[in-house]
Design a protein around this ligand. Structure first.
Ligand SMILES: Nc1ncnc2c1ncn2[C@@H]1O[C@H](COP(=O)(O)OP(=O)(O)OP(=O)(O)O)[C@@H](O)[C@H]1O
Ligand SMILES: [Mg+2]
Length: 245
């Protein structure tokens, strides 16, 4: 199975880290063992979003420099058994090269059903590193032209890197706002502009935002997870319909 997934966007703030955590929790709920890797070097945040900031002694750069074993750089989440995190280097100058990061992921991935990689915004070196070990990618956008253009740029870059299995996640979708803004006639127009097949439409949800600020506590029992359950099923190859919020 192609089980290493990079979550990318181009434009910042579209919801990559949120999608990474919600998708991982949904996969764990289905009995999967999931490793989340924060690859937003210098700007990491998944440790805070999982409420394990205080636990992190070693990050990915420590693991490859020999300051610790690979296993010692992997931390269990507080609220979800079978969900693990490897943190990004705290300082930007410790960014890993694509080949070193790929070797790291290749060494640890067999212990997990899925590896989900959170990438930095943009298409510069940090993004190329994040994408290096990936079998497939989720491109996260909001239904607005700047996000979609960023997503399209990322798509081209991922294709150039040889990653062909690409799917679109439209995040923070609010139907009323979408109609009012009128950037696009309908959702099909967004998908056409992004040139990528849609795999999930995630509604704007205060609940998701609040749960993320609380270390993802209670996420597994939240109704907000339903759309990510479907996303997890679709990644597993199940033919379940999209949920339209
Ligand atoms: N579906 C959603 N509904 C409501 N708020 C959301 C949703 N998804 C994300 N957010 C909020 O949007 C903000 C940005 O989300 P997030 O940090 O996940 O984006 P990002 O793409 O990882 O950002 P960056 O490019 O800085 O890494 C956060 O405040 C988050 O809580
Ligand atoms: Mg992020």
């Amino acid at each position: 199975m192609d089980n290493v997934i990079v979550v990318a966007s181009g434009k910042g703030g579209t919801g990559k880290s949120t999608v990474c955590i919600c998708l991982s929790v949904a996969l764990v709920k289905k009995g999967k063992r999931v490793l989340l890797i924060d690859c937003d070097c210098g700007m990491r945040g998944l440790d805070i979003m999982l409420d394990i900031e205080q636990d992190i002694l070693f990050d990915a750069s420590d693991a490859v420099c020999g300051n610790c074993t690979f296993a010692e750089a992997i931390y269990g989440s507080r609220h979800n058994k079978n969900l693990f995190l490897m943190a990004a280097p705290f300082d930007a100058e410790n960014e890993l090269s694509p080949s070193v990061f790929k070797q790291l992921v290749d060494s640890v991935k067999t212990a997990f059903d899925y590896v989900i990689i959170d990438s930095p915004a943009g298409i510069s070196s940090g993004f190329v590193t994040a994408a290096a070990p990936a079998d497939r990618a989720l491109i996260v956008t909001n239904a607005e032209p700047t996000g979609v253009r960023g997503g399209l740029k990322v798509r081209k870059k991922l294709e150039a890197l040889g990653i062909k299995n690409l799917r679109l996640v439209i995040n923070r979708f609010d139907r009323k706002m979408f109609k009012k803004l009128g950037f696009y006639e309908d959702l099909d127009a967004v998908i056409d502009a992004a040139q990528t097949q849609l795999i999930a439409l995630v509604p704007f949800s205060i609940e998701i935002s609040v749960i993320m600020q609380r270390g993802a506590a209670g996420l597994e029992n939240s109704s907000a997870l339903a759309v990510f359950d479907r996303l997890a099923d679709r990644l597993e190859g199940k033919r379940v319909p999209l949920l339209f919020g």
